[in-house]
Design a protein around this ligand. Structure first.
Ligand SMILES: *Cc1c(COP(=O)(O)O)cnc(C)c1O
Length: 377
């Protein structure tokens, strides 16, 4: 089956008992253990819940992995997956990973003795050179946020495989509809399901998928042990969101292309960062490893004043963090997603106060262009 069909027909399209078209919300904390032999599947809802299990099986099949796990947020999924490492382990991560991931690595995990090197993952040699005897993991994200830098997944994941590292890819921006890192050599995929998978800006949720059963056991031990699990209502919203991922992503991506091309020609815009544009660094790599450039791009105005004016005047885009919803969102990385990164580090990453990130929604492209035009003027 193609990915678009799999979004709908993934083993959970019909509930077997009632025939309902969908997954029931099983709102319970505990289960009646009539069978005390230890063979009953559910005992306590932190350890497992049928609604959650449906989402975990759906994301595992979409990512072509062995096991899926759902969490209360994307960062809960990421921090739980990082929980499989030990004190003294060394981790290599892309320097422009999600700000929240950067923050937990620099604070909690550093304090607990997880060593870390940040590299520019667009240059695979930097990963090769950063490998030490105690290196155990590689953490990547592509396209990256907010400059949409492209990491060559097959090459970098191949380096990780050769060195025996556990590789983790944050696939939030692409979703399994566009990119399947496990098929490209990754060991674990993580998601903020808050974004495109949920798709409606109405739920905070996270997911992890492992390539093997053995890694799945390790992630499950953290999920059950630390208990950063989602409730069944939130899980249900993500399951529902996933059903329309194809049409949303197709439409949002097409509009993103149009807007990016239009902005690139605008006199007040100095740069547009979008893998769907000719000349974007790594565009060919993205085309080879993903089925599309996605629906997030960023651009720089010529002056800070122009950026602030745009954010103040734009009407069809909420000025907010987050992305991947049906509504267009304009975010201001220096004050939002990347506010926790020190200014010197931000400057090094190219995150300036003229930079605006756009997550394109389902609005009519002509209306968005007209609105952006008035906001820039
Ligand atoms: C939002 C996001 C996260 C964190 O997810 P939450 O659901 O906000 O906890 C992680 N990675 C990426 C790429 C994100 O965009």
């Amino acid at each position: 089956m193609n990915q678009g069909t799999l979004l709908i027909h993934n083993g959970h399209e019909t509930e077997p008992l009632s025939g309902a078209l969908g997954v029931p919300i099983i709102q319970t904390s505990t289960f009646n253990q009539r069978d005390l032999s230890g063979h009953q599947e559910y005992d306590y809802a932190r350890s497992g819940n049928p609604t959650r299990k449906a989402l975990e099986e759906i994301i595992a099949s979409l990512e072509n992995g062995a096991k899926g796990y759902a969490f209360g947020s994307g960062i809960a999924a990421i921090s739980s997956v990082l929980g499989i490492f030990s004190t003294g382990d060394h981790l290599i991560a892309a320097e422009d990973i999600y700000g929240g991931t950067w923050r937990i690595l620099q604070t909690f995990y550093k304090r607990w003795g997880l060593e870390m090197s940040l590299v520019d993952a667009t240059d695979p040699d930097q990963i090769r050179r950063a490998i030490k005897p105690n290196t155990k993991g590689l953490f990547l994200e592509t396209p990256s946020n907010p400059l949409l830098k492209i990491t060559n997944l097959p090459v970098c994941l191949g380096i990780a495989q050769e060195a025996g590292l556990i590789s983790i890819v944050d696939n939030t921006f692409m979703t399994p509809y566009l990119q399947r890192p496990l098929d490209l050599g990754a060991d674990i995929v993580v998601h903020s399901a808050t974004k495109f998978l949920g798709g409606h800006s109405d739920v905070i949720s996270g997911l992890a998928v492992t390539k093997t059963e053995a890694l799945g056991k390790q992630v499950y031990a953290v999920q059950n042990g630390f208990g950063a699990v989602p409730g069944p209502w939130d899980v249900w919203l993500v399951i529902r969101g996933i059903k329309t991922l194809k049409v949303r992503m197709d439409a949002q991506q097409a509009t993103a292309r149009q807007l990016a091309v239009w902005l690139k020609a605008h006199e007040k815009v100095s740069a547009v960062f979008y893998p769907g544009l000719d000349g974007h660094p790594g565009r060919e790599i993205n085309q080879a490893q993903a089925a599309g450039p996605g629906a997030v791009f960023s651009f720089k105005t010529k002056t800070t004043e122009q950026a602030l004016c745009f954010l103040d005047q734009v009407k069809l885009a909420a000025t907010a963090v987050s992305l991947g919803g049906v509504e267009t969102i304009a975010s201001y990385p220096v004050k939002m997603s990347h506010a926790s990164i020190p200014p010197v580090e931000r400057e090094h990453l190219g995150i300036t106060d003229t930079l605006i990130r756009i997550s394109v929604g389902l609005e009519d492209p002509e209306d968005l262009i007209a609105d952006f035009a008035q906001a820039l003027s």
